[in-house]
Design a protein. Structure first.
Lengths: 249, 146, 118
């Protein structure tokens, strides 16, 4: 039987009770040719160092839990093949997030931004059950479908240069999801959402770096969503002025 | 891999968590790596947009001041620094607008009423072609063809 | 100041978008002919007062020149302000933004005067 190949995984470690600041720890482990980066991390935890902490769940790129920076690029570690990397692989927590421990980041900041855009159907007038089902054509669904594919993995936040320099910026995923609801024919909350989009840290803080779309594992194209939202927002703002809606701020 | 100064407030929750967190670090490789480089170069196109349009203003203003003022300005434009600046501006702004056109289709909605967005490749080709045509027409006019 | 800029953001963004388009379409040709070919003597008519006066005093010429002078200033101002932010300039954003857009506004007004006085 052939000797299994070895790789060195360099992992960020941080225990707030013991460490002043994050440090790096190297593990040389045997690896299989079909492994993803997550398999290597799980091997370390299962066989070498049970104190390593990292998030993961579905192992098939739908839950969004396992986002980390691998050799400097935000990746879903369950999707990124280990063979994409050299004999030394550096795994660090997602950039732009506070680090709770090792490879685990604080995601509450994202949850708060996310809720600001009201990512649900807003109705001016609720329909009664007797009104029957709300009809939506395939073309109407297609308008927003791509932007609904977000799995909240936050790789986009890790890649975004604006997130690191403007703490109030809503960020790619939150805006893309807000835009998804603005495009949904069942939704009547565009004016309300567009007002949130015009606040400090709103969509106009985006400077179209486009890196969010580059790293998105579900091809949501949040960058495209944000630029579309900008144009829609200017039209909404002008409409608000003309109709004297009183929310142009 | 070295990390630069932490940006302490990035993605900070409104209330502190149960344990002490390490500060966030900026995106790896910013600004020198890969696509970030193109993004910064694109942003710097703004410098050429600003300065070249000011030079157009300067030219039109000199025109209004009379032939002597105009000729003085034209002589000053012969300075090698000015020529190099304009050459660099020409290259940088051409790259700038072609990159903008390449990114343009994604910024448009997929559908407006019954009209679907044209295929991306078609839009990019059309816009880039328009740039070539407009550049040639404007250049011809300024060159003295009309 | 940042609050003021925030309220004006939709207009600024609209002017910036128009500025990028107009600037990117018109200014490369200008830079090449008026900045390189003309001064180097390859395009002698480019440096001619009479020739340029004929172009600039034509109604269409006035309009195009006005667009080429005013709109790209907003495109440039917005890009420069955002570059400043990208390199950590949030604390001075109000001042930098005011300078950038203020400069664009002054330039735009001068551009109107420049074509009007021809």
């Amino acid at each position: 039987m052939a000797e299994p190949k070895k790789k060195t995984i360099v992992v960020t470690r941080f225990d707030p009770d013991k460490d002043e600041a994050p440090r790096q720890q190297s593990y040389e482990i045997p690896v299989e040719p079909d492994w993803k980066v997550l398999d290597a991390l799980n091997y370390i935890k299962d066989h070498v160092d049970p104190t390593l902490s990292h998030r993961w769940s579905c192992r098939m790129a739908v839950c969004g839990s396992c986002g980390m920076n691998v050799d400097g690029e935000p990746k879903l570690t369950c999707k990124d093949a280990l063979s994409n990397h050299g004999d030394t692989v550096e795994v660090t927590p997602l950039a732009n997030f506070p680090v709770v421990r090792d490879l685990v980041v604080e995601i509450e900041g994202f949850m708060e931004k996310f809720q600001k855009v009201k990512p649900f159907i807003l109705r001016a007038k609720e329909l009664a059950v007797d009104d029957g089902p709300t009809r939506q054509s395939p073309a109407e669904l297609d308008d927003f479908r791509q932007f609904s594919m977000c799995i909240n993995c936050m790789l986009c936040y890790s890649a975004c240069p604006v997130i690191s320099t403007e703490p109030d910026f809503l960020g790619p995923a939150a805006i893309a999801l807000g835009h998804r609801y603005n495009l949904d024919t069942r939704d009547q909350g565009q004016a309300e959402r567009n007002k949130v989009f015009r606040e400090d840290g709103g969509i106009f803080a985006c400077s179209y770096a486009g890196e969010c779309s580059e790293v998105c594992p579900k091809h949501v194209d949040p960058s495209g969503a944000i630029q579309q939202a900008k144009l829609g927002n200017v039209i909404d703002w002008l409409t608000g002025l003309v109709l004297r809606r009183g929310d142009a701020r | 891999m070295s990390h630069s100064t932490p940006i302490v407030d990035a993605m900070k929750p409104s209330r502190p968590g149960a344990t002490r967190t390490a500060p966030p670090r900026p995106p790896d490789g910013f600004p020198s790596r890969g696509n970030y480089r193109a993004y910064i170069a694109f942003g710097f196109g703004g410098f050429f947009l600003f300065t070249v349009s000011l030079l157009v203003l300067r030219s039109v203003w000199a025109l209004g001041n009379g032939e002597a003022a105009w000729n003085r300005l034209q002589t000053s434009f012969q300075n090698p620094i000015y020529v190099l600046f304009h050459a660099l501006a020409f290259l940088w702004l051409s790259w700038f607008i072609l990159r903008l056109f390449r990114l343009f289709p994604a910024t448009q909605p997929k559908r407006i009423g019954p009209f679907q967005r044209p295929p991306d490749a078609l839009m990019v080709a059309g816009l880039s072609g328009a740039f070539v045509v407009v550049t040639l027409v404007v250049a011809a006019i300024l060159w003295g063809a009309f | 100041m940042r609050r003021v800029l925030l309220v004006l953001e939709p207009i600024i963004w609209g002017l910036f978008s128009a500025g990028m388009m107009v600037g990117g379409l018109l200014l490369p040709a200008w830079a090449f002919v008026m900045g390189v070919a003309g001064p180097l003597g390859i395009a002698p008519a480019a440096a001619s007062y009479d020739h340029f006066y004929a172009i600039a005093s034509h109604p269409l010429g006035r309009l195009v020149l006005l667009a080429a002078m005013a709109l790209p200033l907003w495109g440039g101002a917005h890009h420069l302000r955002h570059l400043w932010l990208d390199f950590g300039g949030l604390k001075s954003d109000g001042l930098v933004g005011a300078l950038c857009y203020g400069g664009a506004l002054v330039g735009s007004l001068l551009a109107i005067v420049a074509v009007a006085r021809l």
